[in-house]
Write a protein that binds this ligand. Structure first.
Ligand code: PLP
Length: 363
C-alpha cells in the first residue's frame, strides 16, 4: 500500500493506492480514502458535528465561536446507528449544549457508551433505525433541535448541511488527485440513507457512481426505482451495522437520481469478506466501512456487470473506508474531542479555539 506524499489540506485523511486490491478486482488502480484518521474514527463528524454547530448558531443568532458563552442552549436531538450520534454529541460537548441521541436496540453497547462519555443522554428505541428516526422527530417537536442525517423533506436544511460537511472528503480527494496526477473513473460508495453517496457524486461528478447496499437493508435502490422515498420493512439485520436503514433520505435521493448510479446489492458473506480483504492491505475497518469494496468485487466477478459498469483493466476506482474497526481504534475520547475541536475551528475559522480549550467528558 502506498500513501501519496503530497501537499494536502490540513487535517486531510489519507488517500491510499492499493495495488493488491486493484489486482484482485482486475482494474488499473484502487484508491481508498481512509476515514479512520478522522476525529472519532469515521467520516460522520464532517456532517453531524458541523451541521449541529451551524444549527445552534442559526437558532441563537450567535457565531459558532460564541456558543459556549450561552448557558441556555437548546437540546440537540438525533437518531443514529452510532456514528452520527457521536458527531452530534461531540458538537453538543464543544458548544456546551445538552443532547439526547435516539438509538435502536441493535446498536452495540460500546457505541452507546462512547456517546454517553461525551455527555449526551441515550434514549433506546425498540425496532430499527427508522423507528429511532421517528422517535427523534417526535421528541424534537416537543423540545429540542433535531439534527437529522435523513429526512423525508427534500429541502431539509440540516440534512443538506450534513451532506455539505461530507463534501470535505471530495474537496480533499480532488486536491490529492491533482497532486498525484490521478483521475478516477468509478467510485463504489456504500449507502445507508444515501447522504454519503450523494455528497461523493456531487463532489466527483466525472467518476461513474456505483451505490453499494447490503441486500438485507437496501433502501436506496427501491426508492430510486419508485422515484420516491419508500420504507423497507423487516428487521434490517446486517453485519454492515451502519448501513442498516430502511428509508433513504429524500434530499440524497434527489441528488442521486441525477447521477444515474449503478445499484449494487451485496450479500452478508461478501460484506464480511471485504472487511477481511481490507485488513490484508492494512486498512482496519468494519463491514460498513468496506462495503464499497464488496460491491466492486461483486461487479468485477461478473462479465455482464463489468460491462454494465464499464470496468476495464485501466479503470481507477475510488473506495471510502468510512470507519475504523473498533479494535483498531485506540485513541482516547478526550484526544478525539481535542481533534474534533481543531477540526471545527478549521471548518469555522472564526472559532479559532485554542488547542487546549476545556471540554467535559463523563467518567
Ligand atoms: C461508517 C459508515 N459508513 C457509511 C455510512 C452511510 O452513510 P449514509 O447513511 O449517508 O448513506 C454510515 C452512516 O452512518 C456510516 O456510519
Amino acid at each position: 500500500m502506498t500513501h501519496f506524499h503530497i501537499p494536502i489540506p490540513a487535517n486531510a485523511t489519507a488517500l491510499s493506492d492499493c495495488p493488491a486490491l486493484a489486482r484482485r478486482a482486475g482494474v488499473g488502480h484502487v484508491l481508498v480514502k481512509v476515514e479512520s484518521g478522522r476525529p472519532f474514527g469515521n467520516f460522520k463528524i464532517l456532517g453531524g458535528m458541523t451541521a449541529a454547530l451551524r444549527a445552534l448558531a442559526r437558532i441563537t443568532g450567535l457565531p459558532v465561536a460564541q456558543l459556549q458563552m450561552r448557558r441556555d442552549l437548546p437540546r440537540l436531538i438525533c437518531a443514529s446507528d452510532g456514528n452520527h450520534g457521536l458527531a452530534v454529541a461531540a458538537a453538543a460537548n464543544l458548544a456546551g449544549a445538552p443532547a439526547t441521541i435516539y438509538l435502536h436496540h441493535s446498536v452495540p453497547r460500546a457505541r452507546a457508551d462512547r456517546i454517553q462519555t461525551l455527555g449526551a443522554s441515550i434514549h433506546w428505541v425498540a425496532g430499527t433505525y427508522d423507528d429511532a428516526v421517528d422517535a427523534a422527530v417526535e421528541a424534537a417537536g416537543v423540545d429540542g433541535v433535531l439534527v437529522p442525517d435523513t429526512s423525508s423533506d427534500v429541502n431539509d436544511p440540516i440534512v443538506r448541511d450534513v451532506m455539505s460537511g461530507y463534501a470535505t472528503m471530495t474537496d480533499e480527494i480532488n486536491v490529492q488527485l491533482a497532486a498525484s496526477g490521478n483521475t478516477i473513473s468509478h467510485q463504489f460508495i456504500q449507502a445507508g440513507v444515501g447522504g454519503l453517496a450523494a455528497a461523493m457524486a456531487e463532489g466527483l461528478p466525472e467518476a461513474r457512481l456505483a451505490i453499494v447496499e447490503p441486500k438485507q437493508a437496501a433502501c436506496v435502490a427501491p426508492a430510486l426505482a419508485a422515484g420516491r422515498v419508500v420504507r423497507i420493512e423487516g428487521a434490517l439485520h446486517t453485519c454492515a451495522e451502519m448501513l442498516a436503514c430502511g428509508e433513504a433520505s429524500a434530499a440524497a435521493l434527489a441528488i442521486l437520481a441525477r447521477h444515474n448510479p449503478l445499484l449494487v446489492p451485496v450479500s452478508e458473506a461478501a460484506l464480511l469478506q471485504a472487511a477481511e480483504i481490507m485488513r490484508e492491505v492494512d486498512i482496519h475497518t468494519t463491514p460498513s466501512g468496506s462495503a464499497g469494496l464488496a460491491g466492486l468485487l461483486h461487479v468485477a466477478s461478473s462479465g455482464h456487470l463489468k460491462e454494465l459498469a464499464g470496468l476495464t483493466r485501466s479503470s481507477t476506482i475510488l473506495l471510502v473506508a468510512t470507519e475504523a474497526h473498533p479494535d483498531a481504534f485506540t485513541r482516547s475520547l478526550d484526544i478525539e474531542l481535542s481533534a474534533a475541536r481543531n477540526f471545527a475551528a478549521h471548518f469555522f475559522p472564526e472559532m479559532g479555539l485554542p488547542d487546549g480549550a476545556p471540554s467535559t467528558l463523563n467518567a
